[in-house]
Design a protein around this ligand. Sequence first.
Ligand code: HMG
Ligand code: MG
Length: 307
Amino acid sequence: MTLPQRVKLVEVGPRDGLQNEKAIVPTAIKIELIERLAAAGLSAIEATSFVSPQWVPQMADHAEVLRAVLASPRSRPEVSYPVLTPNLKGFDAALEAGALEVAIFASASESFSRKNINCSITESLKRFAAVSDAASALEIKVRGYVSCVVACPYEGAVDPAKSAWVAQRLLEMGCYEISLGDTIGAGTPASIQRLIEACVAVVPIEKLAGHYHDTYGMAIANIYASLELGMAVFDSSIAGLGGCPYAVGASGNVASEDVVYLLQGLGIECGVDMESLLAAGQFISRHLGREPASRAARALLARRGAE
Ligand code: HMG
Ligand code: MG
């Protein structure tokens, strides 16, 4: 079995992480966090989401965050800053703020689709097709998500064939990459490999990414299981921040520091500097008044303190 030699990390902390924070994080802190993540070597950082501020108040400063990040002298031109756009209204607002990449987010579970974006899967795919048509006319890149690929907080287990079906629809719409969201972190290496096997029948592995929440502590094992099948793009969240406001009990994504530690141990390149990443994690954790959820970060920082 050969593992990929290089992996791309998509940092989702500023969006998936912060969207779940009850207390509003100041815009300047969000911008500083994104700048630090870019400086640490991450080449894709999901900056914010152009969703309804009534639904997710934490993301209400989306335009200000994106504008500032794109204009920042500290931002590197090779870094992409995708933003979530649930519909054309969000897409237009993202465009106005300068977005060069957007992400559309469908679900493999009907109930989650309704709770999260207030419409059925079929209706959501129509909305997303409108967004991706508008994007492709303007050469804006589109990334796709499928949520609840293994299980749904409302319906329980999800058939891998259903997740693959939604992934295929997103591919047909022109998404350059489809991120498989284990929204409630219920997957295990076996169920994740079954999922990937179903998906690769319709979407090439190069176009698939793993987006694993760490609710049950399985995310690192799930990444390893995905690497075994040739997957080479993973979403992660600095300091393990986050969750989804419409998936009760879902904890944060796998921590970026944990993934970088895993990849370094396997000799897999990811272009991220651990020291700068740790500092970015400490920066946001200090602001939130808690320790980083990353086990690797806590261990590395404790070792440093003891030296
Ligand atoms: P809706 O209420 O059905 O929308 O919400 P509507 O079209 O009926 O419009 C109602 C009002 O919202 C109108 O305003 C619209 O203008 C406004 P009014 O006329 O009443 O003043 N509106 C908007 N405002 C700002 N931005 C917009 C927008 N669209 C309509 N884009 C909607 C539908 C999709 C907007 C809503 O359900 C929503 O914003 N949901 C947010 C969901 C969300 O952000 N969830 C978390 C991210 S997904 C996730 O975390 C999973 C992921 O990480 C993968 C995984 O882990 O599985 C990606
Ligand atoms: Mg997520």
